[in-house]
Design a protein around this ligand. Structure first.
Ligand code: G3P
Ligand code: MG
Length: 252
């Protein structure tokens, strides 16, 4: 294994919180994961126009709120007025967009871990995002309960410049693993490599393990279809509903 800080990553992680049963990336989705006995969540973080880090996936608020507009053009006062729960189910109406700080406070309170994905949407600055996220996460959570990941190499490089590999675990996130995945992971001293499970082949999976990385797959919701991949050395699966994996094949 690589000489890097290794977080206590469980086999199953709830994608955007327990997004199968609660509005994604909200405090409610993290409470739902906790209530289901899931100890780690994957969450997306990005910056509003005023620089406030928030837990949100899309570039705009249309899909997951009752409002409209791009995050890059929004202040925290405007974001606070949105209903980010009612779109999912009436019972979640009034759930707000979560700020990174309040989300971290909830994770601390519930003693949970987080794979925080630095989501660099079009027009956003990857370095500014890393500069907001890294100090906040490191101040709140013990190092073995956080893993910062990104598709964006500049965001990862900035994270690594802000915190050394003995203090902060990073994950290099890919769709299909590119030919130079190993060089990219090495460049930021990534602890883990994350891949879309549908586009992962056995040879690349085994190569990731041989290079000493943890291997994380997203977003798998069908445990039987996923099953053969556990034997390839997959360490963790990010799922909208990890409960469906309970006791299925290699997941426990
Ligand atoms: O972190 C894994 C996964 O969340 C990446 O894709 O679009 O769900 O953020 P997405
Ligand atoms: Mg994500």
């Amino acid at each position: 294994a690589l000489d890097l800080l290794a977080p206590d990553l469980p086999r199953l992680i709830a994608h955007r919180g327990l997004s199968a049963t609660a509005p994604e990336n909200t405090l409610a989705a993290v409470r739902a994961a906790h209530a289901a006995g899931i100890s780690w969540v994957e969450l997306d973080v990005q910056l509003l126009g005023d620089g406030t880090p928030v837990i949100w996936h899309d570039r705009d608020v249309k899909r997951c709120s009752n409002g409209r507009g791009r995050l890059a053009e929004m202040t925290v006062a405007e974001a606070r007025r949105l209903d980010a729960g009612g779109w999912f189910a009436p019972g979640y109406a009034g759930e707000g967009m979560a700020g990174l700080e309040e989300m971290l406070a909830l994770l601390v309170e519930r003693e949970m871990g987080v794979n925080l994905e630095l989501k660099v949407n079009r027009g956003h600055d990857p370095e500014r995002l890393a500069e907001a996220a890294v100090p906040a996460v490191m101040a709140a959570l013990p190092p073995h309960r956080c893993l910062l990941s990104s598709f964006d190499a500049r965001a990862l490089a900035r994270c690594r410049a802000l915190a050394g590999p003995e203090r902060l675990a990073l994950g290099a996130l890919f769709k299909r693993l590119p030919g130079d995945w190993a060089a990219q992971a090495r460049a930021v001293k990534a602890w883990s490599v994350h891949a879309d499970w549908r586009r992962l082949d056995e040879a690349r999976a085994r190569a990731v393990k041989a290079a000493g990385h943890a291997l994380v797959c997203y977003t798998a919701n069908d445990p039987s279809a996923f099953a053969p991949r556990w034997a390839w050395g997959v360490d963790a699966v990010i799922s909208d509903d990890p409960r469906v994996f309970d006791g299925v094949d290699g997941s426990r």
